[in-house]
Write a protein that binds this ligand. Structure first.
Ligand SMILES: [Zn+2]
Length: 320
């Protein structure tokens, strides 16, 4: 099923992980009151936020970690007219009006819900909030009204105030797949060759250069000249795809270990290291260094690097 939390959760990669975290959150007695979903344009932030909001507003949503899809609250969410759901769109033309709109939305958040178990506020393009609006939001995040949940969306998490970020559960969404699948395959193919480098720092520099070369080739094939800034941004995006490919393999190992009763600790540790590296790359940290340090840490996590490298090798055909 698409458009449901379970549908998103079944996907491999960071979006599946984000959906899983939201579902765990729904089942938790003390649900986090603020969430920050970030990722590039087209990553599915709005779709995931809508599914999460629906689950929060459906009377059965917390227990099932999913909206039922059939009740009155669910139908109102689908129609976009639920009185307890406020959704501030990211239209740039409205920027001037957003301070007032946000103030009203926050005031409404403190009122008792009309029909749902609680109220939900979704804010798109949180990085573009006027400073006055951001301050108002910060106050609400510090003292959230009972039962209210705020979901923030952004493409530029590095531009969101650190004080806002520190009060949210952050979930990263990867770039959408599909049209660019040939590029994804080329990037995933770099994984084993990156991880086989004995010197982790050298490997980081090598794979970054390969990603930059792929980015340049893409521009050449499209017949456009590569602006240095655009090229750097694309190299970062490609690095995030590389880390997504790595996350997918780690998740395979987690699944195997869970089935066989193996140790999960080093794997969980490695997962959070990869997520951390992704956040650093999004925050414009030096890519070769981030990837080098990550490879080194995978080594200290029980020689995980060589395991991942083997797992990334293409399967040999028996007819060869
Ligand atoms: Zn429902």
């Amino acid at each position: 099923m698409s458009g449901t939390l379970a549908g998103f959760e079944s996907e491999a990669g960071a979006r599946g992980r984000a959906a899983a975290a939201l579902r765990v959150g729904l089942r938790t007695a003390r649900l986090a009151h603020a969430w920050l979903l970030y990722g590039p344009l087209g990553a599915g932030k709005r779709a995931l936020a809508r599914a999460f909001a629906a689950a929060l507003l459906c009377p059965a949503g917390r227990e099932r970690a999913e909206a039922c899809g059939g009740c009155r609250d669910c139908r109102l969410v689908q129609a976009g007219t639920h009185p307890d759901l406020q959704w501030l769109e990211g239209d740039e033309a409205q920027r001037g009006a957003r301070v007032q709109t946000l103030r009203e939305a926050i005031a409404e958040l403190a009122l008792a819900p009309v029909s749902a178990p609680g109220r939900v506020l979704v804010i798109e393009q949180t990085d573009r909030l006027h400073p006055a609006a951001a301050n108002g939001l910060l106050k609400t995040l510090e003292e959230p009204p009972d039962g209210a949940v705020i979901v923030l969306l952004t493409e530029r998490v590095d531009r969101v105030l650190p004080t806002i970020r520190s009060r949210c559960r952050e979930l990263r969404l990867p770039a959408a797949r599909g049209a660019a699948s040939a590029e994804h395959a080329a990037i995933a193919a770099l994984l084993p060759r990156w991880l086989e480098h004995r010197d982790a720092m050298e490997g980081g520099a090598w794979v970054w250069a390969e990603l930059a070369a792929l980015a340049r080739r893409r521009d050449e094939e499209a017949g456009v000249s590569s602006e240095p800034a655009a090229l750097r941004a694309r190299t970062r995006t490609f690095a995030l795809w590389l880390l997504d490919a790595l996350l997918e393999r780690l998740r395979l190992l987690v699944r195997e270990a869970a089935l066989s009763g193996g140790a999960l600790g080093p794997l969980e540790n490695a997962l959070s290291r990869v997520e951390e590296a992704a956040r650093q790359i999004e925050g414009n940290a030096p890519g070769p260094l981030v990837l080098g340090v990550l490879a080194e840490r995978l080594d200290t996590a029980a020689g995980l690097r060589s395991v991942l490298q083997r797992l990334s090798q293409p399967v040999q055909s028996v007819t060869q």
